[in-house]
Ligand binder design. Sequence first.
Ligand SMILES: *Cc1c(COP(=O)(O)O)cnc(C)c1O
Length: 451
Amino acid sequence: MEPYRIKTVEPIRVTTRAQRETALRAAGYNVFLLHADDVMIDLLTDSGTGALSAAQWAAMMNGDESYAGGRSFYRFRDAVHDLTRYEHIIPTHQGRAAERILFQTLLQPGDLVVNNIHFDTTRANIEFVGAEARDVVIREARVPSLSHPFKGNVDLEQLERVLRDEGERVAMVMVTITNNSGGGQPVSMENLRGVRALCDRYGKRFFLDACRFAENAWFIREREAGFGEKSPKEIAREMFALADGCLMSAKKDGLANIGGFLAMNDAALAERCRGLLILTEGFPTYGGLAGYDLEAIAQGLQEVVDVEYLRHRIGSIARLATQLTMAGVPIVQPPGGHAVYIDAGALVPHIDRAEFPGLAVANALYIESGVRASEIGSLMFGSAAQLELVRLAIPRRLYTESHLDYVANAVIHVAAEAAQLSGYRITYAPQFLRHFSARFEPCSAGFPACV
Ligand SMILES: *Cc1c(COP(=O)(O)O)cnc(C)c1O
């Protein structure tokens, strides 16, 4: 059961199939262009979409909006320090601002950053300064049907090869916990120790992309020998202790709607980052956030390492995955810490990749149930796509088990009729990040064939 009860409710507007068909047509068959009021259960992202606790709202009322030296900054700084033990803590308006500041401070054109898999904004911020982002995740991570307890692990041999052969160019090593772009898969403590040892041997800086550090700590507690008796917070501290710093989007495991931070031990680097922060984000004691945002994050970081919270969160995602698997719906195995990924390539093999199998499944799911999910496949990545997935990202503390049962039933219903689904053709696409704003028409009755 949910280890919390509900003090405030927000009504869901229940729509009919006909209303959803009209809404989706008006949105050019792109769920990103829907009005969110036309969505019944929104699984587009787990970022910034969670519910706040009573304690967070109470702390927010106590927010100090002083321009400089506000009380809320010190509470935020102490909460981050208590968890990470890093000396220098720099608030930012969200994760990508922390990325931009770190990379613009640290990287030169031609530099190389190595990571298990770079998240898309991380990669974009590295490439924007003319550096290269290289992914060195283990091979198992690329096979959706293959189960592995720590599918987010770095391939240490490959990392060592890069450090040995191209070490001069490597400006820093990063590890993303959990590995978002690889399906929210965890990284083991043993693997983080291996990365630390290599960074020591080659004299490289090691940062964590720590957006889902608490979910990663939970998986270590459950799956890695010797951690079953430790608290998630102790495990999190141990992970942070292995790195020289971290960047974080507080919209994930900060349990906040907005915010992020950079934290590190290197005083000189922190000083340079603060310089850029003042130029573009704000004074170092608010970094583009309101005092009440800092309060929400400070409180959220304490709540997110709660054993019962994590047990329920990871457990409810695993339960959704089991319901789908039992009904024969192909999903990426094992389920990650924040999402279940439907393998649309396997579900609708009759739809050509050029007609976007993932979009066909996501749109059918919306029309069937009002559940919004996102395509992660050839629409998002073009010909570079390796898989055709549909992601059901679960916001934190927002939906009940009953909502997720509704989602499971809807997906199972769509899967049962998958053979009847048809693909889509693009009628408009912008130059960059086309999945956000492209428009489509169906390749079915009344429309000419697409391929
Ligand atoms: C969300 C995310 C980011 C970027 O954070 P924003 O708050 O969305 O800017 C960076 N890395 C990972 C792994 C993420 O999941």
